[in-house]
Design a protein around this ligand. Structure first.
Ligand SMILES: [Zn+2]
Ligand SMILES: [Zn+2]
Length: 449
């Protein structure tokens, strides 16, 4: 039935379009994946070590999950969501962040019946219709963790410690400063809102348009506006310290005590409020030492009211999320190269029908032995196959032509030194394995990680 498949409309054949990835998204090419793989490995290792288990929530959720879980008046929900209606009329959105989906899952699967606190981590793509710029993509990747079911500030310290440890492992911790703050509970915030509204009333005309709009809805957001005039006003605004109640003050004091105990350096930043409405008490971010908030790698905070807000029982919780693309930028700036396990150990070149047939078995045997082996399967000359071996940066080449086949030998070429020797075909796999220093491949290893 081949004929029915091939039916190109002729106009497209005349001028085939040059496709590009949509604006603001990017391909992750193999070299970039070295970083992704390494980061994932570190995150998995450190989370597992701390008792966290992995969760994946769907790429899209009912739009209401985010409207409620993130907050209607946030930039994310107001402007940046990829929201659409399905053919069945459901209003859904691609997930712009990880917490709302995890909380929805916590409630849906009755995780309050699990031993508390429930500790989960994720490594997932997220989507925001943001203005594309350096390090900001419309599809980006985040890893993050959430701890649900416990309100003790010792957990806040442990979540921060886990994030810090991952930054250390990735070699970027010394480029970042940990900024912390408390934004209190709804009671403290209510009082503070009033203080702020009183302060800004009469000064509306000095505010940017965004801030004018959100003064009455969410005056806390005015404190982290990036517009210069708004920043000047924010610097003179009433301080939260005057509005905070005793319990929240105590929680914050303990957090600082625990971080000091853990020897994690931090900076107190009373203007740190985070863009999401659901945070309570502890908020924190890892800022660039040179560029400040512009290039935070990640951040998080406590969200004690969110589970209840989304229809569950009252459940204290805290979480953290970091941008993987941003983290990679920092690793590159720091000159960190993750290990490259894609190295080609051996390139196998062959000439002639029998050599090609033999090379199929030999490739298999090399790979079974744990040697990364690539073979040339074309009909090119040995010389041009050697060029390909160079481009693969292969450590060794094995060369098998008609003479070698007749004499049951094979040529082993050291690609860095340029030297070569003729060896018996029999037992060549062991010889190569020893030169490269690979251990015998054990299938059970696949079950270890
Ligand atoms: Zn409070
Ligand atoms: Zn503003």
């Amino acid at each position: 039935m081949v004929s029915s498949i091939v039916s190109f409309p002729s106009p497209f054949l005349m001028s085939s379009p040059r496709f590009q990835a949509p604006k603001g998204v990017h391909d992750i090419l193999p070299d970039e994946h070295l970083y992704f793989t390494f980061i994932k490995k570190v995150v998995r290792h450190r989370c597992r070590e701390a008792g966290f288990r992995r969760i994946s929530t769907p790429i899209f959720e009912n739009v209401e999950v985010f409207a409620r879980g993130i907050g209607d008046s946030t930039d994310i929900v107001e402007k940046e969501m990829f929201a659409f209606e399905t053919k069945g009329g459901d209003k859904v959105a691609l997930k712009p962040e990880g917490t709302a989906g995890v909380v929805r899952a916590y409630i849906e699967h009755g995780m309050h019946m699990w031993p508390q606190p429930v500790e989960l981590y994720y490594i997932e793509p997220h989507f925001r219709y943001d203005r594309p710029q350096k390090g900001r993509f419309r599809q980006f990747h985040q890893f993050g963790f959430e701890v649900l079911g416990e309100s003790d500030p010792a957990l806040d310290a442990q979540v921060i410690a886990l994030a810090h440890k991952i930054n250390l492992d990735l070699g970027i911790a010394d480029r970042l400063t940990l900024q912390i703050n408390t934004i209190g509970c709804p009671n403290c915030r209510k009082k503070y809102r009033e203080d702020l509204i009183n302060y800004y009333t009469g000064k509306e005309r000095s505010l940017c348009e965004n801030c004018q709009g959100r003064l009455l809805r969410n005056p806390l957001r005015l404190l982290d506006c990036k517009e210069e005039d708004c920043q000047i006003l924010a610097s003179m605004a009433p301080k939260f310290e005057n509005a905070i109640d005793e319990e929240c003050k105590e929680h914050y004091a303990l957090l600082k005590e625990y971080l000091t105990e853990l020897k994690i350096p931090f900076v107190e930043n009373s203007h740190l409020v985070r863009g999401l409405d659901y945070y309570t008490r502890t908020v924190f971010e890892f800022w660039s030492k040179s560029e400040g908030a512009q290039n935070a790698t990640g951040g998080g905070g406590r969200y004690d009211g969110l589970v209840e807000l989304m229809g569950g029982q009252s459940t204290p919780a805290i979480g953290y999320a970091a941008g993987i693309e941003r983290t990679i930028d920092y690793m590159k700036e720091a000159g960190i190269r993750p290990p490259n396990k894609d190295t080609v150990h051996v390139f196998l070149a062959q000439l002639g029908h029998i050599a090609k047939k033999r090379s199929l078995t030999l490739l298999n045997a090399l790979r079974e032995r744990g040697i990364n082996a690539v073979g040339s399967m074309g009909k090119d000359s040995i010389k041009s196959q050697m060029h390909v071996a160079d481009r693969h940066k292969a450590q060794y080449a094995l060369i098998m032509g008609q003479i070698e086949v007749q004499e049951d030998t094979i040529i082993l070429r050291n690609m860095t030194k340029g030297s070569q020797e003729i060896l018996p075909y029999e037992g060549i796999v062991d010889v190569v394995a020893e030169k490269i220093g690979v251990k015998k491949f054990d299938k059970r290893k696949l079950w270890e990680e």
